[in-house]
Ligand binder design. Structure first.
Ligand code: BTN
Length: 260
């Protein structure tokens, strides 16, 4: 790719690479990681032509409408701890939106931020590990900011900061705030290498805490009552009176009557 397609900006501990259009910032971040780029590099695109979500879904990334950003991290943590980076990113987005926009959002474990029952942000975490430990973690964040409406199947489940407030926001300010908040939560996480110190805050923000949810796995669907996360970041549920732990991997959680 030509050099003039990139613009690098330093903010706090982060080197942020702004791009106009790319297939997926997660893929660019992976390539950067393979080329040796350092920890705390963020890739931001104004538009993604092949934005990806969890479980093989796509993520609509219209030009100039949202924040499409991937964090390249090389944390000194165990591979089993990597999934908690999604939870830290969720807390960081929630805090940034609360403090900058004044909107009190909720978290749908493990990777969505919701407002008024609709999805405002999705997070896709990917990792490469070697026997010695983590090589890199990519935390991809897609936050709907300026969209005035959504079409087709997204119309009932998606929202944006504009749709919630009637106001437009400078995406760069939100990006800076998310990066700062992520660092704050990551420092807290590092004290225990788990969610011990953040579990209560996370559970208070969880949209389906105490509610019946439908758990979808490749081979089964069942109803259970969500009871918050444990210190490992797993979702605790009660299924037919029996407590169970749900690991984020290949599972999706839906409300009994719809998205939440
Ligand atoms: C989901 O909703 O399942 C996760 C969506 C994650 C979307 C973000 S946008 C920036 C980064 N690049 C991608 O291709 N995906 C993530």
């Amino acid at each position: 790719m030509e050099e003039n397609k990139y613009k690098w900006v330093e903010t706090g501990d982060w080197s942020v690479c702004y791009m106009e259009e790319i297939e997926s910032t997660n893929d660019v971040a992976k390539n950067f990681a393979k080329c040796g780029n350092k920890d705390h590099t963020a890739i931001v695109a104004n538009c993604q032509t092949a934005g990806r979500g969890r479980l093989g879904r796509s993520f609509l990334s219209e030009r100039g409408s949202g924040i499409y950003m991937s964090l390249l991290l090389r944390p000194d943590i165990l591979p089993v701890e990597a999934s908690m980076m999604t939870l830290l990113a969720g807390l960081a987005v929630r805090k940034a939106v609360l403090e900058l926009v004044g909107l009190d959002t909720q978290i749908k474990w493990p990777n969505d931020i919701v407002c008024g029952g609709r999805k405002l942000c999705g997070i896709l975490t990917e990792m490469a590990a070697k026997p010695q430990g983590i090589e890199y973690v990519i935390v991809g964040i897609g936050l709907n900011v300026c969209q005035k409406h959504f079409q087709d199947e997204l119309c009932k489940v998606a929202t944006s900061l504009y749709m919630e407030t009637g106001r437009m926001f400078e995406r760069v300010e939100i990006i800076d705030k998310i990066l700062k908040c992520f660092d704050e939560y990551f420092q807290i996480f590092l004290k225990t290498h788990d969610m011990s110190l953040l579990k209560d805050e996370y559970n208070m923000a969880m949209v389906n805490f105490g509610k019946e949810v439908c758990i979808h796995r490749a081979d089964e669907n069942y109803l259970a009552v969500a009871q918050g996360i444990n210190t490992a970041g797993e979702l605790l549920v009660e299924h037919k009176g029996v407590p169970e732990k749900v690991v984020s991997g290949e599972v999706s959680i839906r409300g009994v009557y719809g998205y939440v």
